[in-house]
Design a protein around this ligand. Structure first.
Ligand code: NAD
Length: 337
């Protein structure tokens, strides 16, 4: 199968590409990414080298194309040239803080871009369209767990745009019969995550001997999902998910942010006093909670990695690969809080 993976140069998309190429020798991947400040081809260096060694010049298993999912002509050209059979859409603006400062790029990529991608996928008769969405579309819940039938209640421009995209995706299934599925993953972490996000920001700032700002009193709760587990879950939905269905994906552990920050300081041997509380962000969702029973019952997916092991591995990776994150910070591509 030839899969168009949009946003594949980002954090989760790059792990997904590696997962597909390592698991399915017959599959080909076309990585279509705009390379915004968050896109990074360093995430896929090993993949490029491996594919170059395979030497399949006419039909390499990995192809990269730089482009915008809202650029209809370009998507059409790539779908035709590469004979794409399935689309998995990771491409999005993803940082909630940025969406609060300026929602427009979020509307363009996360809503308009998805609409364009769907229209072209339909035109080319794609066999499958997977939209990678987020548990944030349910909004904050103080207790309990949302199943896939819960009402959507997004509370910031990022999650509102992701919810809007979901409605578009389902409308294409209903109106045109496009084969679609949606995943709603929880907070994801692991190597290659941009240093503006909570866990990498905490690790890299502590490594650099800086203080770590934590919103409010760090009591906001997130359910943490290892990136390899997230990639495997999306793959299960791509291959075996039911048409028109939504699947929650959650890690096994929920924790307040302050506990995660303190665990990282402990792993790095840094004093807890480096963690500083700062004024909370507007509309900060207190807790997300999703029930991932459906994907486990129907598709047999379960998270395999423990939070503690994955956190240790993530801290090790950032410690051993300063070239990766120092380059990003050095390029000034990130407002490094
Ligand atoms: N990180 C998480 O915790 C998490 C959790 C659940 C769901 N998600 C969803 O997973 C997806 C990937 O998240 P991530 O954390 O890997 O994000 P990321 O910010 O690391 O990567 C996003 C990628 O999309 C690309 N991109 C942005 N706009 C584009 C456009 N218009 N056209 C083409 N490419 C574009 C960027 O260049 C980048 O490579 C997103 O859709 C996000 O909403 C993320």
């Amino acid at each position: 199968m030839t899969i168009l993976i949009t946003g594949g140069a980002g954090f989760i998309g790059s792990h997904f590409i590696r997962h597909v190429l390592n698991t399915y020798p017959e599959d080909r991947v076309v990585d279509f990414d705009k390379l915004t400040y968050a896109g990074n081809l360093d995430n896929l260096r090993d993949v490029e080298e491996k594919v170059a060694q395979e030497g399949k010049r006419d039909s390499p298993r990995y192809v990269f194309v730089q482009g915008d999912i809202a650029d209809e002509a370009m998507i059409r050209e790539v779908m035709a040239r590469e004979k794409v059979e399935a689309v998995v859409n990771f491409a999005a603006e993803t940082h909630v803080d940025r969406s609060i400062h300026d929602p427009r790029p979020f509307l363009e990529a996360n809503v308009l871009g998805v609409g364009v991608l769907l229209a072209v996928a339909r035109e080319f008769g794609a066999k499958r369209f997977v939209q990678v969405s987020t548990d944030e579309v349910y909004g904050s819940i103080s207790e309990g767990y949302c199943t896939e039938t819960a009402a959507l209640n997004p509370a910031n421009p990022y999650s509102a745009c992701k919810a809007g995209a979901e409605h578009l995706v389902l409308s294409f299934a209903h109106t045109y019969g496009l084969e679609v599925a949606i995943t709603r993953g929880s907070n994801t972490f692991g190597p290659h995550q941009h240093p503006e996000k909570f866990i990498p920001r905490t690790v890299t700032r502590l490594l650099a001997g800086k203080t770590v700002p934590v919103y409010g009193y760090g009591l906001n709760i997130r359910t943490w999902l290892a990136v390899e587990d997230h990639a495997a879950a999306i793959d299960a939905v791509l291959r075996s998910g039911q048409n028109g269905e939504v699947y929650n994906i959650a890690g096994a552990v929920e924790k307040p942010n302050i506990e995660v920050a303190l665990s990282i300081a402990y792993l790095l041997g840094k004093p807890p006093r480096l963690i500083e509380f700062v004024e909370d962000r507007p509309g900060h969702d207190f807790r997300y909670g999703v029930d991932a029973g459906k994907i486990s019952r129907e598709l047999g997916w379960m998270p395999e990695r423990s939070f503690e092991d994955e956190l240790q591995e993530t801290v090790r990776w950032y410690t051993e690969n300063p070239w990766w994150w120092q380059k990003i910070i050095g390029e000034g591509k990130v407002e490094y809080l």
